[in-house]
Design a protein around this ligand. Structure first.
Ligand code: URA
Length: 222
């Protein structure tokens, strides 16, 4: 929780700056009165995230991409970070890789995209579509943790190396770890390739097909 605490203190400093403070004194800052908890509904969590200025990505983003889907979904997909189209629409996976993700969900899992929940490790677009830095990912992590706590998915499908790495702390190569099943905090994680990797390497589609069949099988068993 130290991360969240520091991040919230930083947010307070930004807010004071916006109010016109050129310095801070102990008067506006009363640590003991701070509430370091996050809201307990997805809607209010989204409202908080939309106003977030906890890291430098907030300076260049156009829209915060909180995530979307069934708030009680059994399956949660986690990508890396919003891209250009997501940044302008505020919705996750709406570009070319999003189209492919939607097809994968509909054609392999045989469910609608609206029946799952889709989000990212960081909720704001990194400039130049860079991989999120550890500081950006860790600063944004409380939002993701709270989303998982509120949605309570049975299965979490991480898309690409970055999502799996930041969710689990494991940096095993994605080509070795994809399709394997991991238990963490009451849910099951299945890592697979990121759809944008599939756009560049269509021959890996068969691997993702196999991983999603495993997801389907686990869902049918549960
Ligand atoms: N890539 C991601 O990882 N997430 C998105 O939302 C879009 C593209």
């Amino acid at each position: 929780m130290k991360n969240l605490r520091n991040a919230l203190l930083l947010k307070q400093l930004y807010q004071l700056k916006q109010l016109g403070y050129k310095y801070t004194s102990v008067t506006p800052y009363k640590e003991e009165k701070q509430n370091f908890t996050l809201p307990n509904t997805l809607e209010s969590l989204k409202k908080q995230a939309i106003e977030c200025h906890l890291c430098e990505l907030s300076k260049s983003r156009h829209k915060v991409v909180f995530g979307e889907g069934d708030p009680h979904a059994d399956i949660l997909f986690i990508g890396e970070a919003p891209g250009t189209m997501e940044d302008s629409s505020g919705k996750p996976f709406v570009g070319r890789s999003g189209e492919l993700l939607t097809k994968m969900i509909e054609n392999v899992l045989h469910i609608s995209r609206n029946d799952v929940y889709i989000t990212n490790i960081v909720k704001c677009r990194p400039p130049n579509n860079d991989i999120p830095t550890p500081i950006q990912a860790h600063t944004c992590q409380p939002y993701l943790m709270k989303q998982i706590e509120l949605i309570l998915p049975k299965l979490v499908v991480t898309l690409g190396a970055t999502a799996y790495h930041y969710l689990t702390g494991d940096d095993t190569d994605i080509s070795k770890i994809r399709g394997t099943v991991h238990k963490q905090n009451g849910y099951t994680i299945i890592p697979t390739y990121h759809p944008s990797y599939l756009l560049r390497n269509p021959s890996a589609k068969k691997d993702v097909f196999a991983d999603l069949l495993k997801v389907k099988e686990l869902m049918e068993k549960s």
